[in-house]
Ligand binder design. Structure first.
Ligand code: URA
Length: 237
């Protein structure tokens, strides 16, 4: 049994102070009953709702962020700003980390969660979760590049890359890249090896999760329950 304010603050959606205000305003119910006090003790498996919207008392948080260039995908860094700086204060204290890093100059979909097992499954090549990126290069992409990606590449520095997708787009310097792994600077290194350095890179999707077009660079939102369930659907695959 835990205090109501702690259970709801652990979800990362509200600070403890905000939870206390919500409870005092009668906006929180537990198992259908209006919660009388923020320090009441409950089983975190109870049914919690705020303004009638169900909220899981399990302290797992899942956010999608439209990462802008210029921030590092880390929880802390001695010299450079991190993506966590885009989040409000109370969300920086719930153990969130980026599930799958993007380079400092890469933009796009970044999943932030404190669900370690889920992150591990999404990132392990064994679980076959495709990550799709939009890329713009210096030079023109062509059928030879598509074939090299499809075969799998061993780079000059010895890095072995699994077969990957390269779909040419109308503009000759643009393509969609699909990877099942995420080695350091992988797309940049693969394309540099083809003599076509990357000028711009953006992640569009990870498995069933697609970057929400309403999110501007630097904006984030909670995953919906359906999105979390879809990601969970990859469990054990
Ligand atoms: N590949 C890269 O080179 N950079 C990224 O940020 C992601 C994939």
């Amino acid at each position: 049994m835990e205090r109501l304010d702690k259970i709801l603050a652990n979800t990362g959606r509200w600070s403890r102070k905000e939870v206390r205000e919500l409870v005092r305003a009668g906006r929180v119910t537990v198992d259908g009953q209006v919660a009388p006090a923020p320090d009441g003790k409950y089983d975190p498996k109870s049914r919690f709702a705020v303004d009638g919207q169900e909220v899981s008392g399990e302290p797992m948080v899942y956010l999608m962020l439209h990462k802008p260039a210029g921030l590092v995908s880390a929880t802390e860094d001695p010299r450079q700003p991190t993506v966590l700086e885009l989040l409000p204060e109370h969300l920086r204290r719930v153990g969130l980390f980026p599930a799958g890093r993007l380079d400092k100059d890469t933009e796009g979909l970044l999943l932030l969660t404190n669900d370690g097992p889920l992150a591990h499954r999404l990132l392990s090549p064994r679980h076959h979760v495709d990550k799709v990126y939009f890329v713009r290069v210096e030079g023109r992409l062509e059928a030879g590049d598509v074939a090299a990606f499809a075969r799998g590449m061993t780079l000059g520095d010895g890095l072995v890359c699994m077969p990957a997708g390269l779909e040419l787009l109308e503009e000759p310097d643009c393509a969609l890249v699909t990877l099942r792994e995420g080695k350091y600077h992988q797309i940049k290194r693969m394309l540099a090896c083809r003599g076509k350095p990357v000028r711009y890179l953006k992640r569009l999707s990870m498995g069933p999760l697609t970057l929400d077009p309403v999110l501007e660079r630097g904006q984030w939102r909670y995953l919906t329950a359906d999105e979390v369930a879809l990601l969970d659907g990859n469990r054990g695959r």
